[in-house]
Design a protein around this ligand. Sequence first.
Ligand SMILES: [Zn+2]
Length: 161
Amino acid sequence: MLTAIEPQTVEQQIIDILTEAENNVTTDIGAEQLSDIQIHTNGYVEPGCHNPPGGVVLTGDWDEKFSDRGVLEGLVSYGGVTDELVAQLVDAGAELRWSDQWKACHVCKRLLRANAHIPTWRPYYWYDKRRGFYVCRECLFDYPDAICRHRDEAISLEPAY
Ligand SMILES: [Zn+2]
């Protein structure tokens, strides 16, 4: 008999893995990378993106980091191997995204792509420069206050796909 994966279970596994990493991280760069990781459980609002089966997406800086002396640091030095941490997170069911490219909608908390090097890609959000938050196209049209003043700007956005 098949048992459905409970999103909460995946999320708890992810939290446990990250807590373990935070308790054992050996460098400042690694600690910074770990603290940058955010857990998202509301899925995507970005057109064409399907929510992962485990329901968990992590945003963070997954790049390898080097110290001033050219020594590999950051997540790579956690437990001696970073790939191991990334593998643990993926094995547990997390989908990994870069935090400089993926942002959560301020209203619905679903993830949207903030930029892309894809010629056909168009923003599916409006960025509130003053407040510094992203609002997805779907929420923008229902949002009842100040943001409505910027609807013309939002309407000018082409649909992403
Ligand atoms: Zn939204």
